[in-house]
Design a protein around this ligand. Structure first.
Ligand SMILES: Cc1ncc(COP(=O)(O)O)c(C=O)c1O
Length: 370
């Protein structure tokens, strides 16, 4: 937020900033989603919906699992949520009691630990390293469980902020090992569809006990519509329904209608994804030449996590200077990693190819001048 505020100040002075700090697509919602929302608005009343979501959207999401993962999913297990953010609150409330320990990868997406803490649970950060592709390993999970029992684990592949993915066997091993120990698995699949190195598998294909969380925010470019979904184990659907009924009544109807229609814009979304792939290529080629040559595997999502320890051990200061002196905004790793985040910067490459080229050039000139 400090970097964003500083960027706004610089722009107010009439100077240009290349924005790579915010983790959201630059593209608008799919055309079919916008048209469906407009038709629904023109059609009259926007009321509450069924708590678990409108039946046609739940069925369409279930069909998405058969089309994408070859999984026959009962629509009764699909719950529509207010973005994946709403899903985390429901999932944690349904699965955990105050005081219980839930494992998270470090670095990781900060709201996991903040929501858990707010609910009185204990987030347990597990360090990741290059050895495990910067993902949680079954071994590290078991070690943390042996210290003091864990009630759950949150996994994400592709992950934020690292942009790394777990290989298929590591992913399924982690889920199997966790479940054998009675550790509940929550799989954040929000960046599915945005995979460049290899295809991401859904936890729903590995276990019926895993709770899957997904969203229309990233692949479908619908961050502001606040709509996502969960795939919930059979026995938990009623608990989740009662929680959502009390906490939110239902997800906004307009967003649900738009989300259902978003599935009809596959070609448009694939074109957006190809844009990210081109951006990724520009950064993979350009950043090392510019001087930033150490980063984690750039597998998926739209993030590149760069090690800047060669230049600075204070990522916030480095990000502020890069913004001030080079006009490129990126997010300091301290937002995502309280241990080693001072050595990293996260670049989001969801902008345009021209912006990526400009960023590479500006960073290169700046690092030479320093
Ligand atoms: C890993 C991860 N999960 C969840 C979210 C929340 O997204 P939303 O609530 O828009 O679905 C984000 C947003 O950046 C994210 O990066």
């Amino acid at each position: 937020m400090d970097v964003m505020a500083a960027a706004a100040r610089i722009e107010a002075q009439g100077r240009r900033v290349v924005h790579m700090e915010v983790g959201q697509p630059a593209a608008p919602a799919p055309a079919t989603a916008i048209a469906a929302a407009q038709a629904a608005l023109a059609g009259g009343r926007i009321g509450y919906t069924e708590t678990l979501g409108i039946a046609s959207l739940r069925a369409r999401i279930a069909r998405h699992y058969s089309e994408t993962y070859d999984l026959a999913l009962d629509p009764a297990r699909v719950v529509v949520t207010t973005g994946s953010s709403g899903g985390f609150v429901l999932a944690f409330l349904a699965l955990f009691e105050p005081g219980e320990r839930v494992a998270l990868a470090n670095p990781g997406y900060p709201p996991y630990r903040h929501i858990l803490s707010a609910l009185g649970c204990e987030p347990v950060l597990i360090e990741t390293t290059a050895e495990t592709r910067w993902a949680l390993s079954a071994k590290a999970l078991l070690a943390a469980h042996a210290q003091k029992p864990l009630a759950g684990v949150v996994i994400a592949s592709p992950a934020n902020p690292t942009g790394t993915m777990m290989e298929a066997d590591a992913f399924s091993r982690l889920i199997s090992v966790a479940e054998a120990e009675g550790i509940r698995v929550i799989s954040d699949e929000i960046y599915h569809g945005l995979d460049y190195a290899f295809v991401a598998e859904t936890a729903a294909n590995i276990s019926e006990r895993a709770l899957v969380i997904n969203s229309f925010s990233k692949y479908f470019c619908m961050t502001g519509w606040r709509v996502g979904w969960m795939v919930v184990p059979d026995g938990l659907v009623r608990a989740v329904e009662r929680l959502q009924g009390n906490l939110a009544i239902s997800v906004p109807l307009l967003s649900q209608v738009a989300a259902q229609a978003a599935f009809d814009s596959r070609a448009e979304m694939e074109a957006v994804k190809h844009g990210y792939e081109a951006n990724r290529r520009i950064l993979l080629d350009g950043l090392p030449k510019a001087g930033l040559d150490r980063f984690l595997p750039v597998d998926g999502a739209f993030y590149l996590y760069a090690d800047i320890s060669r230049f600075s051990g204070d990522s916030l200061d480095f990000a502020k200077r890069m913004l001030e002196e080079a006009g490129v905004a990126a997010t300091p790793g301290i937002d995502f990693d309280p241990v080693n985040g001072h050595n990293f910067l996260r670049f989001c490459y969801a902008g345009s190819a021209a912006e990526m080229r400009e960023a590479v050039e500006r960073i290169g000139d700046w690092l030479k001048r320093r």
